[in-house]
Design a protein around this ligand. Structure first.
Ligand code: HEM
Length: 207
């Protein structure tokens, strides 16, 4: 028997349940506004926030398991791939809602976006697609561990930066948006602390 305790809520089943819940909630939210543009914009904002949650869970998993090894952090570390793919699904819905917004209200959409949002958001989506596509055993093996590590490390840091900018730029108009930066700063701090070399106890010289 494996020494690692396996739970029901693990792996691809975890992803399937979370993705279904997300999709259901998005339909419900859009339905509350009769599937009009207001509802679509609510879905864009909702999925930006659920993406933040799953991104932070995946991005902090290794650091947390290293700093505080316990049942929860080990579960999070084991399921980091599936939490990451759930983040990609959440952002997939963000993209679908963005497309609906552009079709339903072109003027409002143009006012809400800029060249910068296409460039930086586009790079963000390229990272998400590449990272999700290499989150399967076969595709990960195909690119090799070195390329996989470089892709997932740079992609992760880029997405962290993208979240900081996307939430941060709204703070002047809506100061409570500063709260969204707290989990982002916390996961970065955790990663930096976990990366710091462990202090080895100094041997006391006798005499
Ligand atoms: C080309 C790609 C993208 C486009 C065109 C885009 C478009 C949009 C639009 C139009 C909104 C505002 C919705 C509204 O005010 O009703 C929005 C919100 C947001 N997006 Fe995206 N987005 C893109 C990619 C991304 C990426 C890659 C991220 C993060 C990794 C991201 C994170 C956010 C955040 C944090 C918000 C604010 C949500 C809120 O108000 O709570 N977006 N996006």
């Amino acid at each position: 028997m494996s020494s690692r305790r396996q739970h029901w809520f693990e792996g691809w089943r975890l992803f399937a349940v979370l993705a279904l819940i997300l999709a259901g909630l998005c339909i419900w939210i859009a339905g509350m506004r009769q599937f009009e543009v207001d509802g679509v914009r609510m879905v864009i904002r909702f999925t930006a926030r659920t993406s933040l949650l799953f991104f932070c869970l995946a991005f902090s998993a290794a650091a947390l398991a290293r700093l505080w090894p316990n049942a929860w952090t080990r579960w999070q570390r084991r399921n980091r791939r599936y939490l990451g793919v759930t983040f990609a699904a959440s952002h997939g819905i963000h993209a679908i809602a963005i497309a609906c917004f552009a079709i339903m209200d072109p003027a409002g959409y143009a006012a809400a976006t800029s060249a910068a949002s296409y460039i930086f958001g586009g790079i963000g989506y390229a990272c998400i697609i590449a990272m999700a596509a290499t989150s399967f055993d076969r595709s990960a093996a195909a690119i090799g561990p070195r390329a996989w590590r470089i892709l997932h490390l740079t992609g992760g840091y880029y997405l962290w930066f993208q979240f900081m900018v996307s939430f941060g730029k709204r703070i002047p108009d809506m100061p409570p948006y500063a709260l969204f930066l707290l989990p982002l700063l916390a996961v970065m701090a955790l990663r930096l602390i976990a990366m710091a070399p462990k202090q080895t106890p100094r041997t006391v010289q006798a005499g």
